[in-house]
Design a protein around this ligand. Structure first.
Ligand code: NOJ
Length: 547
């Protein structure tokens, strides 16, 4: 079995993880110094969000050099040292590749926009405008935020360029063989230095319709947000699947270990599975539904069933409750740590690859930061005008700064992220004296210790890290239950979670509890599940069981 089938991922947003040189900004040395936290936690793979040279308008998702390191994060040597230090500790490392677009300050774009006939003129997606004065965008394609056209006017060139995300992030023209070669070389650059794979930023939108046909209008919901135009010609196109296979072939030039591609792609699971057809494209794709979970047993059952149906073994679904773009999961349950514990159990015991976002393991919440003071370009450009009272009521965070505040290491000034007296680039959440790694370590009731236990139990039980998953029917409506079975050893584990308000009981003969939250117990063949509790049990001996 390939290593990543059994792995677990921990996402580090480097700007906010640990600051080693007292400039208020996290850096690669800071990550190296804190790698033992990940070892103690028990994760398998570290994914580091972008640290490449960048004007930092979108904090690294606007790259000006794919094979360098931004000075505030360190040097190329530090990046290589990070890979080696992680490997020394038995961790795999994934970097974050932004293939769809560069910064508008990238030398390629500066050249490209200069004229219609220079060596880089065709490296981006340029098109003439419509209308009498040519100032109407070439077609109806919307930006990823949906609020504006994806086309931006360039006075210099007298044409529009495509920017699927923000205006300062022009889309590369991947149909130009020179672009493809340059980007694949950047991929090889990091593979040569030992990185184990990549998370691929907005991968689903790289190959657009070369004829620039309008997207059809059809109101629908996508990842929790209403949309007008279906992205038929701009997202998950057949050419994009081919690109995934080409990228796979680049990674396949390397072995020992196998390198992995994890795509940020959006769409229904039965479309996204195409990226993995024949095992030749993206090894994993993010399935984002858990980011917008409903705290409801039926919701989890339906979602897990959908993922299982679309990604049967040897395909692997993925599960993610939090990332650097969306609300902290704790806030979605009103800060209720009993519920957060139930979520942790589900996340780390379902079949597939789970991702934990830094700070999730200690129960970091959103940090209230008003829109009009946002550093995040999405908030400061598009949502600044939304009244703060309305913003506070939204379930989603429009200002992504709120989920990117510094990691809370201890109760000292600045939560141990940066020395006292230094101003961190974003404020530390005021709850840090109570919510931090140091205070939670060793406290059996803490979320941190629960996460540690869950990672350990997952590693120790083949049923949990590689077994099949079977949803258990006939349980009370507010109880979620599934069985994990390892085909090789026959080991069986079962997981039950009570997401309701009433205490429930479930029969489970010959079973022993390996993790329980919220007072869940297993004794004499009966599992007791108080409201908001969860338990993982392992079958002690073969034989008939009611689970
Ligand atoms: C998705 C990333 O997760 C987000 O943080 C970034 O702003 C956009 N892609 C643009 O690269």
């Amino acid at each position: 079995m390939v290593w990543w089938h059994e792995t677990t991922i921990y996402q580090i947003y480097p700007r906010s993880f640990a600051d080693s040189d007292a400039d208020g900004i996290g850096d690669l040395r800071g990550i190296i110094d804190r790698l033992d936290h990940l070892v103690d936690l028990g994760v398998g793979t570290v994914w580091v969000s972008p640290f490449f040279p960048s004007p930092q308008e979108d904090f690294g998702y606007d790259v000006t050099d794919y094979t360098g390191v931004a000075p505030e994060y360190g040097t190329l040597d530090t990046a290589v040292e990070l890979i080696d230090a992680a490997h020394d500790r038995g961790l795999h490392v994934m970097f974050d590749l932004v293939l769809n677009h560069t910064s508008d300050q990238h030398p390629w774009f500066l050249r490209s926009k200069g004229s219609r006939d220079n060596p880089k003129s065709d490296w981006y997606l340029w098109a003439d405008g419509r209308g009498r004065d040519g100032r109407k965008p070439p077609n109806n394609w919307r930006s990823a935020l949906e609020v504006n056209s994806a086309w931006q006017w360039s006075e210099e060139r007298g044409q529009f360029y495509l920017a699927t995300f923000l205006p300062f992030q022009p889309d590369l023209n991947w149909r130009n063989p020179e672009v493809k070669a340059a980007m694949f070389d950047a991929v090889r650059f990091w593979l040569d230095r030992g990185v184990d794979g990549f998370r691929l930023d907005i991968f689903g939108q790289i190959m657009k319709d070369p004829q620039l046909r309008d997207n059809p209008f059809a109101p629908h919901m996508a990842t929790g947000f209403p949309r007008g135009w279906r992205r038929e010609h701009t997202e998950n196109t057949p050419d994009n699947i081919v690109l995934a296979q080409e990228l796979h072939a680049v990674c396949a030039e390397y072995s020992d270990p196998d390198r992995i591609l994890l795509g940020e792609v959006f769409g229904p699971p039965d479309v996204l599975r195409e990226y993995n057809a024949g095992g030749r494209g993206l090894d994993l794709v993010f399935l984002f539904d858990f980011l917008l979970y409903e705290y409801d047993a039926q919701w989890f059952e339906d979602t897990i069933r959908r993922f299982e149906d679309s990604f049967p073994a040897p395909m692997q679904p993925t599960y993610v409750l939090e990332n650097h773009d969306r609300s902290r999961s704790l806030d979605r349950v009103g800060g209720d740590r009993r519920k957060a514990a139930v979520l942790a159990v589900i996340l780390l015991t379902v079949r597939g690859v789970p991702t934990v976002y830094m700070g999730q393991e200690i129960g970091m919440g959103n940090t209230y930061l008003p829109l009009d003071r946002a550093l995040d370009p999405v908030a400061s450009t598009y949502f600044r005008w939304i009244p703060e009272v309305a913003n506070r009521r939204l379930g989603e965070r429009l200002n992504r700064d709120e989920v990117r505040t510094p990691m809370q290491w201890d109760g000292s000034a600045n939560a141990g992220f940066t020395p006292a007296g230094i101003r961190p680039w974003l404020p530390v959440n005021p709850d840090y004296p109570q919510v931090n790694v140091a205070v939670e370590a060793g406290d059996p009731e803490s979320l941190l210790e629960l996460y540690r236990r869950l990672f350990a139990v997952r590693r120790a039980h083949p049923a949990l890290h590689r077994g099949s998953l079977h949803l258990i029917s006939g349980l009370p409506a507010d109880v979620l239950g599934y069985r994990r079975t390892d085909p090789e050893t026959g080991q069986q584990c079962a997981v039950f979670a009570n997401l309701g308000r009433t205490e429930r009981q479930v029969r489970a003969v010959s079973s022993e509890s390996v993790v329980g939250t919220g007072g869940a117990t297993c004794a004499d063949g009966t599992i007791h599940l108080p409201p908001d509790s969860a338990i993982v049990v392992v079958r002690q001996r073969p034989g008939p069981s009611t689970v």
